[in-house]
Design a protein around this ligand. Structure first.
Ligand code: FMN
Length: 291
C-alpha cells in the first residue's frame, strides 16, 4: 500500500513534501530534467520590485561539504516574473504549485511585490528576510525581531488571501525569537534555513575568493545546523505552525531527518546544482525509506 505523502502548508496542499529551494530552480533549465509538477512545490528565485543585477563575479566558491554563493539575489523583477510567458506562467501551465520568494531593500519594496502577487496565480509567498535593510543602517530584516515583525505586518496588509511564509536566517543567536516575532505579526508559516555566512581566501592571491568577500554557505556542511534549528523552532512554535525545512538535504534520509526534527515539508537546494534531478531522486528515496 502506498502512503499518501501530501503536506498541508498554510492551507495549500502540496502533493508531496519535497520542494525546490529558492534560487536553485529555474524553469528554463530544471524542466529539461523533470516535470515541475512532480514536486510538492517550486519556490522561485527571489523577486524584487524591479530588476536587480546582482554582484560581480566570482560569486560561487566550492568548499568541503558545500559551496559559498554571493549571487546577490539577481532577478528580472516583478513585471517580468508575472508577464505572460514568464516564470510564473510557465510553472502554472506545467501544473506546479508555486511559492514566490519575495525580496526588497525596504519594507515598501517587499510590500510592493506582495501586493503585485496578491491576485496572481502564485500559491504561497515566502518573505526572504536575510538581505540588508538599508533603512535600518544595514541591519538585516531577519536578525531583529521587531523589524521582522513590522515587515510581516506591512506585507500581510497587502498580500490578500495568499499565505505568507517567512524564510529565516540561521545567522542569529536564537532563531526562535525571530520565529515567534513573525508569527505574532501574522505570518502563516516558516521556512528555514537560508545560508550561513562564510568566507574562503585564495592562498595564491591572499585575497577572498568571492568578489563580496563573505558569502552564503549551503550544502551538506550545514545539514546538522538546519536539523538543530528546525528542532528548536518546532519546540518553540508548537505543532500547528507549518514549517518547510531546508539545509544540506542530499538524500531521502536527510529529508526524513528534517521531518523528524519538525518540518512538514523539505526543500532541496544545493543538491540540485550538483545533480538537477536530485529533488526527484530525493522524493523517491524518501518514499522508499518510509515504506
Ligand atoms: C546558488 C544559490 C542561490 C540562492 N538564491 C536564493 C534566493 O534567491 N532566495 C532565497 O531565499 N534563498 C536563496 N538561496 C538559499 C537556498 O534557498 C537555501 O535556503 C539554502 O541554500 C540552504 O539549502 P541547501 O543547503 O539545500 O542549498 C540560494 C542558495 C544557493 C546555493
Amino acid at each position: 500500500m502506498t502512503r499518501d505523502l501530501f503536506a498541508d502548508i498554510a492551507g495549500i496542499r502540496l502533493k508531496n513534501p519535497i520542494v525546490a529551494a529558492s534560487g536553485t530552480y529555474s524553469y528554463a533549465e530544471s524542466s529539461l530534467y523533470y516535470d515541475a509538477a512532480a514536486l510538492g512545490c517550486i519556490t522561485t528565485k527571489s523577486v524584487s520590485p524591479g530588476p536587480w543585477i546582482g554582484n560581480d563575479a566570482p560569486v560561487i566558491a566550492e568548499t568541503y561539504g558545500g559551496m559559498l554563493n554571493a549571487i546577490g539575489l539577481a532577478n528580472s523583477g516583478l513585471a517580468v516574473y508575472t508577464a505572460p510567458g514568464g516564470e510564473l506562467a510557465l510553472l502554472k501551465a506545467a501544473g506546479a504549485t508555486v511559492c514566490a520568494n519575495v525580496v526588497g531593500r525596504t519594507a515598501e519594496d517587499y510590500a510592493e511585490v506582495c501586493a503585485g502577487l496578491a491576485d496572481s496565480a502564485v500559491d504561497l509567498l515566502e518573505l526572504n528576510i536575510s538581505c540588508p535593510n538599508v533603512k535600518c543602517g544595514g541591519m538585516s530584516f531577519g536578525t531583529a525581531p521587531k523589524v521582522a515583525a513590522a515587515l510581516v505586518r506591512e506585507c500581510k496588509k497587502v498580500a490578500g488571501a495568499k499565505p505568507l511564509l517567512v524564510k529565516l536566517t540561521p545567522n542569529v543567536t536564537d532563531i526562535t525569537e525571530i520565529a515567534l516575532a513573525v508569527l505574532d505579526a501574522g505570518a502563516d508559516g516558516l521556512t528555514l534555513i537560508n545560508t550561513l555566512k562564510g568566507m574562503r581566501i585564495d592562498l595564491k592571491t591572499k585575497k577572498p575568493v568571492l568578489s563580496t568577500g563573505i558569502g552564503g554557505l549551503s550544502g551538506p556542511a550545514i545539514h546538522p545546523v538546519a536539523v538543530r534549528m528546525v528542532w528548536e523552532t518546532r519546540q518553540a512554535v508548537g505543532d500547528a505552525v507549518p514549517i518547510i525545512g531546508m539545509g544540506g538535504v542530499m538524500t531521502g534520509a536527510d529529508a526524513y531527518e528534517l521531518m523528524l526534527a519538525g518540518a512538514n515539508a523539505v526543500a532541496v537546494g544545493t543538491a540540485a546544482l550538483i545533480d538537477p534531478c536530485a529533488p526527484v531522486r530525493i522524493l523517491k528515496e524518501l518514499e522508499a525509506y518510509l515504506k
